[in-house]
Write a new protein. Structure first.
Length: 200
C-alpha cells in the first residue's frame, strides 16, 4: 500500500460511534457518552506545546488524509489514510507508542504517550480511527501507557497557524494552499507499515 507522508453531530457519527440521539438514552448515560467523546480532543496549542517538548512529552501524530497531505503536514506525523488503518497498523502503532513512551520517560517523569489523529474538515475519519485505536488499547490493557486524542480543528487550521514554524510543519507547498509564503520543502513518503514500525 502506497502512502504519501464543530459540528457535534458530525463528530459523533461513524461506524464505530453512531450518532447519539438524546431521546434514546437516559439523561445520565447520554451526557456521559458526550463527556467521554469531548475528552478525546486536544487543541492546536496543546499539541504544539507537546511537539516542541517531544523529548519530555511522548507524542505521536497520525495524518489520516488521502492525497491532501501532499501540500504539507504536521512535523513528524505518520501518514496512513483512514481506509488503511486496520488491525495490523493499529498493533504496530501501539508498539511504537510504547517505545516512544519508554524513550521519553527516563525516570524523572512517567507520562503516557499521546497518539493524536488529524484529518481534513471532516472529523468523522479522525474519530473512527481514534476509536479503533482506543478499543484495541483497552483490549490490550495499555490504557496506563497510551492516551488517544483527536486534534480539534483540521489540517488547514494547523498549517495556517504554524506554516512558518518548521518545528510544527513539514513539506509545506504553497501551490496546495491559499497562503502566501516563500517556504517550500519536499514531502516525505512512507508506507503505513514502515511508518508505524517501532524504531530500534
Amino acid at each position: 500500500m502506497t502512502i504519501t507522508g464543530e459540528d457535534k453531530s458530525s463528530v459523533m457519527t461513524g461506524v464505530d460511534f453512531p450518532l447519539l440521539n438524546r431521546s434514546s438514552f437516559p439523561r445520565s448515560e447520554y451526557f456521559s457518552s458526550c463527556s467521554q467523546q469531548s475528552e478525546m480532543y486536544i487543541s492546536r496549542k496543546s499539541l504544539a506545546f507537546r511537539l516542541i517538548l517531544n523529548n519530555h512529552l511522548p507524542t505521536i501524530v497520525v495524518d489520516i488524509r488521502d492525497n491532501d497531505s501532499l501540500g504539507g503536514m504536521i512535523q513528524g506525523a505518520l501518514h496512513c489514510p483512514e481506509y488503511f488503518f486496520r488491525k495490523t497498523e493499529i498493533k504496530l502503532l501501539i508498539e511504537r507508542a510504547k517505545l516512544k513512551r519508554r524513550e521519553c520517560n527516563t525516570g524523572i517523569s512517567y507520562r503516557k504517550c499521546f497518539v493524536v489523529f488529524y484529518s481534513t474538515d471532516d472529523l468523522k475519519q479522525s474519530t473512527k480511527c481514534a476509536l479503533r485505536l482506543r478499543k484495541m488499547v483497552q483490549k490490550l490493557n495499555q490504557t496506563s501507557e497510551i492516551t488517544v486524542k483527536i486534534l480539534r480543528g483540521n489540517a488547514d487550521a494547523w498549517i495556517s497557524s504554524y506554516l512558518h514554524d518548521h518545528r510544527l510543519v513539514e513539506g509545506f507547498d504553497k501551490k496546495h494552499w491559499a497562503i502566501k509564503t516563500e517556504d517550500e520543502t519536499n514531502v516525505m513518503v512512507e508506507t503505513c507499515n514502515d511508518a508505524f514500525q517501532p524504531q530500534t
